[in-house]
Design a protein around this ligand. Structure first.
Ligand SMILES: NC(=O)c1ccc[n+]([C@@H]2O[C@H](COP(=O)([O-])OP(=O)(O)OC[C@H]3O[C@@H](n4cnc5c(N)ncnc54)[C@H](OP(=O)(O)O)[C@@H]3O)[C@@H](O)[C@H]2O)c1
Length: 243
């Protein structure tokens, strides 16, 4: 990979594990989030070169400014990992107000579109293969659980979006990958009682939840030549029961 890998949502549970994994394998990582101080602390723990960028990705101007800075500092990117989310409350769909859907659509689809469009010129350098990895969810594979409509609908939209650009960008040397993790214990699910998570782990075939390391290892693999044929396909990364 030539150029650093930008990790959008690097302050999150999955994003930080991905950053650590890619840094360990010798890649320069650009850590993104909204809190500069937390990111600086994270950057200090990286084994390899790491820099920090902040931006609210649902704000078009902030995204444009972010990519202007990246262009000035690096000129090109070797890859982008899109790993952002905001929590949602588990509620029956008919009781959910529209702004909750809007928040999820903005975080998953608007932010993805703004960042994908702005990433394109930095990824399509025509010289080497670059990668754009979208973190979706296994809920989009098969029937999703109840009380998740805003999140799952937004994730389904982002997954379809990624499948379209995976075809459009292939000829420009950019491989778009989609990972679909099972439930992982991070800040995103902090509202879920530990008892519920324990019960859930107990119901899993291996009596354990999917881990951030499981997801990070898959993304590390996606940054190798061997992952070329896996472009555009949602890849389940889950310790859960197959449905
Ligand atoms: N945890 C799970 O069970 C699970 C399962 C399947 C898929 N996923 C997916 O995995 C990805 C990462 O989730 P996670 O579990 O690591 O969540 P997390 O720990 O809550 O991290 C979320 C990240 O998103 C960033 N973020 C949220 N809104 C943003 C915005 N408007 N602009 C910029 N950054 C924003 C946060 O930045 P700040 O630090 O600045 O808030 C944080 O870095 C998400 O796409 C999620 O849907 C998670």
């Amino acid at each position: 990979v030539s150029g650093p890998v930008l990790i959008l949502g690097a302050s999150g549970g999955i994003g930080s594990a991905v950053a650590r994994c890619l840094s360990q394998s010798g890649r320069h990582v650009v850590l993104h989030g909204r809190n500069a101080r937390a990111l600086q602390e994270l950057a200090a723990t990286m084994p390899g070169p790491a820099s920090v960028q902040t931006a609210d990705l649902i704000d078009e101007q902030a995204v444009n400014e972010l990519f202007a800075r990246l262009t000035a500092e690096h000129g090109r990117l070797g890859g982008v990992v899109f790993s952002i989310a905001v929590p949602f409350r588990n509620k029956l769909t008919h009781r959910i107000a529209w702004p909750v859907f809007e928040e999820q659509l903005h975080t998953q689809l608007k932010a993805l579109h703004l960042t994908a469009a702005a990433s394109f010129p930095l990824l399509a350098d025509g010289e080497s293969v670059t990668r754009f990895v979208v973190v979706s969810t296994e809920f989009v594979l098969g029937a999703p659980p109840v009380k998740t409509a805003p999140y799952v609908a937004a994730k389904a939209a982002m997954t379809s979006y990624a499948q379209v650009i995976s075809q459009e960008w292939l000829a420009r040397g950019i491989r778009v990958h989609i990972v679909a993790p099972g439930l992982v214990k991070t800040a995103l699910v902090a509202d879920m009682p530990q008892e519920f998570l324990d019960q859930m782990a107990d119901s899993m075939p291996e009596k354990r939840l999917t881990s951030v390391e499981d997801v990070a290892a898959m993304i590390e693999f996606l940054f190798t030549d061997a992952a070329d044929p896996f472009y555009g396909t949602p890849l389940r990364v889950s310790r859960g029961v197959r449905k």
